[in-house]
Design a binder for this molecule. Structure first.
Ligand SMILES: NC(=O)c1ccc[n+]([C@@H]2O[C@H](COP(=O)([O-])OP(=O)(O)OC[C@H]3O[C@@H](n4cnc5c(N)ncnc54)[C@H](OP(=O)(O)O)[C@@H]3O)[C@@H](O)[C@H]2O)c1
Length: 332
């Protein structure tokens, strides 16, 4: 089968992309609790970019096939997975095995979602990570009974799902983008309070809005100075939930009075731990609920285009040049 191979990590993103090679490889054989999936498509997420740069939490033994997420059909099963044969699936895998940027991949049954027949396989390629992440983040805001939240990297797909879920729950959102042109774009999609982090009066506007709307939860995917500025803008008894590190920089600039006298806290979120903490059957219920939203058309991942395994470098360059335009799907 054809697959993409990474042989060395490289912090320089262009060199990291150029290091991705198309290779022929033996198709894997599923073990007892595994299945063989014929891939339909896989996205490139920021975690995949960080992975090939060697800056992500997951470091695999190389050479390896990258790709943590994707969709496809089960074409072969193991001893305990016969019931999955012929099923449409969406998977998210971070174990030390080959990933989804290939014609086929082997996955443990615990790491996949057997989908309803009506799920679109392009949408399914991006189903297992971002919608669940937004759901988990909104659950934190829900527990805090937040009437308003703040989020940065607001042009991202996670942020878009947060907006969809917030709207359903009557929660106001203060969206922060880094490019001026994305302010109008988000507003045209119905976002009500969009700020650009690079405007001169950004901090002032954020402080004012946060106070007016009483923002008590913030979702940070960026880190650096921006995360500190957001933390400082939150009202007392608020929580900044860190779930991404797009700037690659540590959080700076936190006013000490917030944690000491205003009961403000910083926490972290990651999908795998969130999923592991759910009670029996809860993940399946959430999955069903989210799938129904996709099937009805209420939820959708923005997809800007696609590429093939042999053109992956160009395809991913397009994604990196304009991430807010949507995902680029890798089709084998
Ligand atoms: N913790 C978890 O379990 C978990 C799960 C899923 C996702 N995540 C994180 O969630 C974030 C969004 O993921 P996604 O798949 O939704 O992203 P995405 O749709 O691919 O979009 C990435 C967004 O990040 C923006 N961005 C990139 N670098 C930035 C920077 N240095 N400062 C500010 N904005 C920046 C991009 O804006 P431009 O268009 O301006 O480039 C774009 O809007 C990522 O950090 C990802 O790692 C975390």
């Amino acid at each position: 089968m054809k697959s993409i191979q990474i042989t060395t990590y490289n912090k320089n993103i262009i060199r990291a992309l150029l290091g991705l090679k198309l290779q022929e490889k033996e198709t894997g054989i599923p073990g007892n609790n595994e299945v063989l999936v014929k891939m339909h498509a896989a996205p490139c997420n920021p975690s995949d970019i960080a992975f090939i740069q060697g800056t992500y939490n997951i470091v695999k033994k190389l050479p390896a096939v990258p790709g943590f997420e994707g969709s496809g059909m089960v074409v072969e099963t193991g001893k305990n997975t016969g019931h999955l044969l012929g099923k449409k699936i969406s998977a998210f895998v971070q174990s030390d095995t080959d990933g989804t940027w290939a014609e086929y991949f082997v996955v443990n049954a615990d790491d996949l979602i057997a989908l309803q027949d009506e799920m679109d396989l392009d949408q399914a390629a991006c189903f297992t990570v971002n919608p669940f992440t937004a759901y988990g983040l909104m659950d934190i805001a829900g527990q805090r009974e937040s009437k308003a939240i703040v989020q940065n990297a607001a042009g991202s797909q996670v942020a878009a799902f947060v907006r969809m879920m917030a709207r359903e729950n009557g929660v106001k959102v203060i969206d922060i983008v880094r490019k001026k042109e994305h302010v109008g774009l988000l507003e045209s999609q119905g976002a009500q309070h969009v700020l650009c982090e690079n405007e001169r009066d950004f901090e002032e506007q954020l402080n004012k809005l946060s106070k007016t709307l009483q923002a008590t939860t913030a979702f940070d995917a960026v880190g650096g100075r921006l995360a500190g500025t957001i933390f400082n803008a939150l009202v007392p008894d608020a929580e900044l939930v860190v779930y991404g590190g797009l700037s690659g920089k540590p959080i700076e600039n936190i006013h000490l009075m917030g944690p000491i006298f205003q009961n403000k806290i910083i926490s972290g979120f990651n999908l795998i731990d969130w999923k592991a903490d759910l009670g029996g059957g809860e993940f399946e219920k959430i999955s069903e609920k989210l799938q129904n939203k996709f099937i009805s058309g209420a939820y959708k991942t923005q997809i800007q285009g696609s590429t093939t395994l042999d053109k992956i470098v160009n395809g991913l360059r397009n994604y990196i040049a304009g991430m807010s335009a949507g995902k680029v799907l890798i089709r084998p």
